[in-house]
Design a protein around this ligand. Sequence first.
Ligand SMILES: N[C@@H](CCC(=O)N[C@@H](CS)C(=O)NCC(=O)O)C(=O)O
Length: 227
Amino acid sequence: MHELIYFGSPGFAETSRFCLELSGLEWKNTVVDWDGYMELKLQGELPWGFLPIIRTPDGVIAESNALLRYTGALAGLEPEDLFIRAKVDELVEVINGWREAFIPTFSIEDLDEKMAARKELFAEDGKMDRAMKAISKVFENSTTGWLANTESMTIADVKAFIDTFNLFSGEFDGVTGEMLANYPSLLAFHEKMSNEPKVKKYYDNDDQARWMYRPNAFDGIGTSQHI
Ligand SMILES: N[C@@H](CCC(=O)N[C@@H](CS)C(=O)NCC(=O)O)C(=O)O
C-alpha cells in the first residue's frame, strides 16, 4: 500500500493526495504535526529533509513534483505520448515556478507589509497577475478545456487546479478569492474541474481547509475589476 506523509494542510502534498485518490488504489493518508516531522527527520526517514514523502512498496519518494508524476501515472493522468507528456511537464514546471514569486513574501514579518507585497504581485502587471493571465491564455487556446489540450485530464490540470485555487483560499494574508474576478478563464476551469465526478466526490466533506476545491466555491465572483 502507498502511504503519503505530510502536514494536514494542502500545501505541497495535495496534488499527490488528489492523484492517489483518483487512482482508486488503497492508500494511507498519514498526517503529522511539527513534532512528527522532526521525529521522521531525526530518524533519517526524509531523503532531503522535507515533507511530503510517499512510502511505496519499492521505497520512499520525496519532492512534491516527483510525487505528482508518480501518483499521476498511478491515476492514469500521465499521457503515453512522450511529446505530449513533455508539454504537460512544461506546464507543471511553469505553474511550479510561480512559487519563486510568491514564497519570498512568507519571510516578511510585518503583516501590513506582507499583505501589501502580495497585493502588488496580483495588481495589474504584477508578477502573479502576469502568471495568472499567461495560464488563462493557455486555457483559452485549449479546444478541450484541459490545460495541455488533451482529450482528458492530466497532471497539468491537477497542478493548475490544486496550486492555483490554494493561493486564493484565504490562507495567505493579502490574497483573496475576489482577486479571481480578474481571471474569468480560471473560474471557468474551476467549474469544470470541481464538477468532475471523482473530484466532486473527493471534496464532498466538511474539511474547512479544502473549501476552494468544491463546486461553486467562488460563486459570486466574476466582475472584471481589480480590487
Ligand atoms: N522541494 C520540496 C519542498 C517541500 C517543503 O518545503 N516542505 C516543507 C513543508 S510545506 C517542509 O518540509 N518544511 C520543513 C522545514 O522547513 O524544516 C518539495 O517540493 O517537496
